[in-house]
Design a protein around this ligand. Structure first.
Ligand code: LLP
Length: 409
């Protein structure tokens, strides 16, 4: 690899809305490459936009998107709660200081031990099948429980993330609601809340609203509900011609709907649990070019990262903006940007015009704050990158690069 990286005009800062006078080069010089970099101001701003768009609703951050404790602390300071899906997530949220009442747990295919451990921590449990409801009732008769419904409507950026409809493994079908009532009454359970999640990466507000209407119709068949949770799934515009899911429009379109239901059930709390929308645009993965190979069909730009650090392109064919921050004004070349993992699918993009990359250049892969580090692995026994948070006072390491020793045991 080339020596020191030259200085770049591009400052850290992106469409999340902040500019910090530190360049990508400074960050890589200080903290090494590859590097996940997040921006606090952008994160706060997105939390505030959500709170403003959905007043009087509970906003639970789906921490599976990114569970770094420092980022969770920022989100907690902005007043959001947590959507957790495992005992590990519940414990992390507790450690960061979320109160038990701020955490909602809804697991899928979980064990008795896990349900028990979550309850032990004082966190409310939502189950997502009749058999889990039955088991919950046997273990904890006379308590309250939430029920996840299959919304019958599915939506998402890829088949793998559509969680509603007959192909999805999640939730109780609407036809089985009577059976759920029977199980609940047999064990003296109170169904205190309903939950659904249509899918992930939804860009059309109207689709989401339709699913909410379906949910509220079903909710009328229950009484005394403490919460109705419409899930998350708000998409972001990864591509230049895509817009983020419009949360202000959602708020405006559903306020009547919610008010009408609340007139009948005044104590109900409406919940949303977005993950991606809050944090995806706040993160960039900086990688360094380690080789350029002009092959018969493609120019492969090799980097020091790969699908072990950002799985989304390989797993879903996801598109992330890639910029050459070392040489933004170089003439464009059509390239495939590859990682250093032993799989042919280890590509961040293919057939993409990028300012002509050379060895030693730093590339910025954008919008990776959600499902980036959280889905990273040590595949090929390569350590996971460090994470840095750019705060008003300067950048701060919020997770050290994984030491080689940690994966050699
Ligand atoms: N609530 C539930 C029950 C969920 O299953 C999910 C995501 C969310 C909320 C948050 O969804 P979001 O607002 O972040 O779209 N790895 C995939 C996304 C998987 C999402 C799984 N469930 C990706 O990289 O696109």
């Amino acid at each position: 690899m080339g020596g020191r990286i030259a200085t770049y005009p591009r400052h850290v800062g992106d469409r999340a809305g902040t500019i910090h006078p530190m360049t990508a080069a400074d960050l890589i010089d200080r903290f090494g490459s590859p590097l996940y970099v997040y921006e606090e101001a952008g994160l706060r701003s997105r939390c505030r936009q959500l709170v403003a768009a959905l007043p009087s609703c509970a906003l639970l951050y789906a921490m599976k998107a990114n569970a770094n404790p420092s980022l969770l602390s920022v989100i907690r300071e902005e007043g959001l709660g947590i959507d957790a899906v495992s005992i590990g997530e519940v414990m992390r949220a507790r450690r960061v200081g979320f109160a038990t009442e701020q955490i909602s747990y809804n697991g899928n295919n979980v064990t008795d031990e896990e349900m028990g451990a979550v309850r032990e921590l004082g966190v409310h449990v939502t189950v997502d099948s009749l058999s889990q409801l039955e088991r919950y009732g046997r273990l904890f008769p006379g308590t309250d429980v939430g029920l996840r419904l299959n919304p019958d409507i599915g939506e998402g950026h890829h088949d793998h993330v559509i969680t509603g409809g007959p192909e999805a493994k999640f939730g109780v079908d609407h036809e089985d609601i009577e059976a759920a009532h029977c199980i609940a009454s047999r064990h003296g359970l109170i169904i205190s809340g309903l939950h659904q999640h249509v899918g992930s990466g939804i860009l059309e507000v109207d689709r989401f609203v339709s699913a909410m209407e379906v949910m509220l119709k079903v909710a009328e068949r229950f009484s005394g509900l403490r919460f109705v949770d419409f899930g998350g799934g708000f998409g972001v515009g990864y591509k230049p011609d895509e817009e983020d899911f419009d949360v202000a429009k959602l708020g405006a379109e559903v306020s009547h709907l919610l008010a009408r239901f609340r007139a009948k059930e005044p104590d109900v709390v409406f919940r949303f649990e977005p993950g991606r929308w809050i944090i995806a645009p706040c993160g960039t993965l900086y990688v360094t070019v380690t080789s350029v190979k002009r092959g018969k069909r493609h120019t492969f730009v090799g980097t020091d990262s790969g699908l072990n650090h950002l799985l989304r392109p390989a797993l879903y064919g996801s598109w992330h903006a890639i910029e050459n921050v070392s040489r933004p004004d170089a003439p464009a070349e059509t390239v495939a940007v590859a990682g250093n993992i032993c799989e042919s699918g280890d590509l961040f993009c293919k057939g993409r015009a990028v300012p002509k990359p050379e060895e030693g250049d730093v590339l910025a892969i954008r919008d990776v704050g959600a499902y980036g580090w959280s889905m990273a692995s040590s595949y090929n026994l390569r350590p996971r990158p460090a994470e840095v948070l750019v705060r008003p006072g300067g950048p701060q390491v919020i997770r050290e690069r994984e030491p080689l020793d940690a994966i050699n045991h």
